[in-house]
Design a binder for this molecule. Structure first.
Ligand code: FES
Ligand SMILES: [Fe+2]
Length: 438
């Protein structure tokens, strides 16, 4: 970008720009392909589609996870659609070629009718795709030369490991069709600058802020805090889990010091401890939240380039994934994640229907975010509009993200891209524009 604080509008709709992403970005990046609770048992599989590529992620007999390209080696038919469980492998519906759960070809119908050079065994297996497991998810990468997953998703991985992300489970899973570019959709969640205007119900009145000075009535501080937690919880149908709101309610009568900032920190420490205690008593695996706080790891948002977010709050989290369906169409998925007693059998999460962005079933907070996006995508096309002007202080995360994309589109080698990924795989909220080294 010519100026790091300006994003030209063509990035968000031009077919040439989109095509560059199709060729230079998506085939080179690690992508969260499915949550592991979608494929708990051997033989369970889930299809992951990105643009025109379909990848099958499978739980194999030894409990590990593997992936391959979803195209029969005979005449290219997709071997599976969606998700399910295979008994002993996959049978292509066209001519009946068979593959094991690991993608190995096990049968060619009337094989004698083929010439020998078309029946080379290694060449008949479904084409493997790199697949790694981290954080309760399976990740794929179509680039055989990319560094290992962990290297590409730091420091996101270390921070979310501290949150024990691997023991979060899906409570629900929704999907939205947004008539906007995938980057535009994602950027609505990369800054907090919009909260005052778009989510006025989330603005905590200034009188309860420690900055307001003077003494405050601890009762009204607790009222305001619980009100905020409840508004978040109901607004997201999760993130702040209803269980945690109830835990906060149980602390309503606690004593607090009169000094506002001491009152605030006493409240937060007590709530953290009470949430941890409640979940440990249930038998759930939860980190010590005050310890996370002390280590500076209590960020409200973890971002993992290019398209995955986790927003941890107390015991639980929301998680987002954005996938382009075209230059001006995006599928955004939202998972509500929480902790369940260890060892408890959970049903597989129900795969989402694709709801429109104005569907009345959306919880209030995403509904507010979605309402602006189609208007923004339309506005970008205005003849007189050339570029977005980004606030260096409030919207740096957007600039950092867009310039990392430029690094991929320029075909930079991984040794140049890794430091940029490390700089942006962090909480993008209130993040300044950073030097990416290119
Ligand atoms: S295309 Fe799969 S068996 Fe023919
Ligand atoms: Fe928002």
């Amino acid at each position: 970008m010519e100026f790091p604080d300006r994003a030209r509008k063509e990035r968000y709709f031009h077919s040439d720009f989109y095509q560059m992403e199709v060729e230079q970005l998506w085939p080179r990046v690690w992508q969260m392909a499915c949550r592991l609770e979608e494929i708990p048992q051997p033989g369970d599989f889930a299809e992951y589609e990105i643009i025109d590529q379909s990848i099958v992620v499978v739980r194999t007999d030894d409990g590990s996870v593997t992936a391959f390209q979803n195209a029969c080696r005979h005449r290219g038919v997709k071997v599976v659609e969606g998700r399910g469980t295979c008994e002993n492998g996959f049978i292509c519906p066209f001519h009946g070629w068979c593959y094991g759960p690991d993608g190995r070809n096990t049968f060619v119908t009337q094989s004698r009718a083929f010439s020998e050079h078309n029946l080379q065994p290694a060449d008949l297996n479904l084409t493997p795709v790199r697949c790694e497991v981290w954080g309760g998810c399976a990740w794929i990468n179509l680039d055989d030369d990319a560094p290992a997953l962990r290297q590409c998703i730091e420091p996101f991985a270390t921070i979310l490991d501290a949150w024990k992300m691997e023991s979060l489970r899906a409570e629900w899973w929704y999907a939205c069709r947004l008539p906007v570019n995938w980057k535009l959709a994602q950027e609505a969640f990369m800054e907090q600058y919009h909260v005052i205007e778009a989510h006025p119900q989330l603005v905590i009145p200034e009188r309860y802020s420690p900055r307001a000075g003077g003494e405050i009535d601890p009762r009204s501080l607790i009222d305001a805090e619980i009100h905020y937690l409840r508004t978040m919880s109901e607004g997201m149908a999760g993130m702040v889990h209803a269980n945690d709101v109830e835990v906060a309610e149980s602390l309503r009568d606690m004593e607090l010091p009169a000094d506002p900032s001491q009152a605030m920190s006493t409240w937060h420490r007590a709530l953290n401890d009470a949430v941890v205690q409640w979940h440990r008593a249930e038998g759930s695996d939860i980190p010590d939240l005050n310890d996370l706080e002390a280590r500076g790891l209590n960020e409200p948002m973890g971002y993992c380039f290019p398209h995955f977010f986790v927003l941890p709050m107390y015991s639980s989290a929301s998680s987002y994934r954005f996938r382009p369906l075209g230059p001006e169409e995006t599928m955004m998925e939202i998972w509500s994640l929480t902790r369940f007693p260890e060892g408890q059998e959970r049903p597989k999460p129900t795969p989402p229907e694709l709801w429109e962005s104005d569907d009345p079933r959306w919880p209030p907070i995403p509904a507010q975010d979605f309402s602006n996006l189609p208007r923004q995508q339309k506005g970008l096309h205005a003849k007189g509009f050339e570029y977005m002007r980004l606030s260096e202080r409030n919207e740096g995360g957007i600039s950092n993200f867009e310039r990392t994309i430029d690094g991929f589109l320029a075909g930079l080698p991984y040794e140049k891209l890794l430091p940029a990924l490390e700089a942006i795989n962090v909480n993008p909220l209130e993040r300044p524009i950073v030097d990416l080294g290119f």
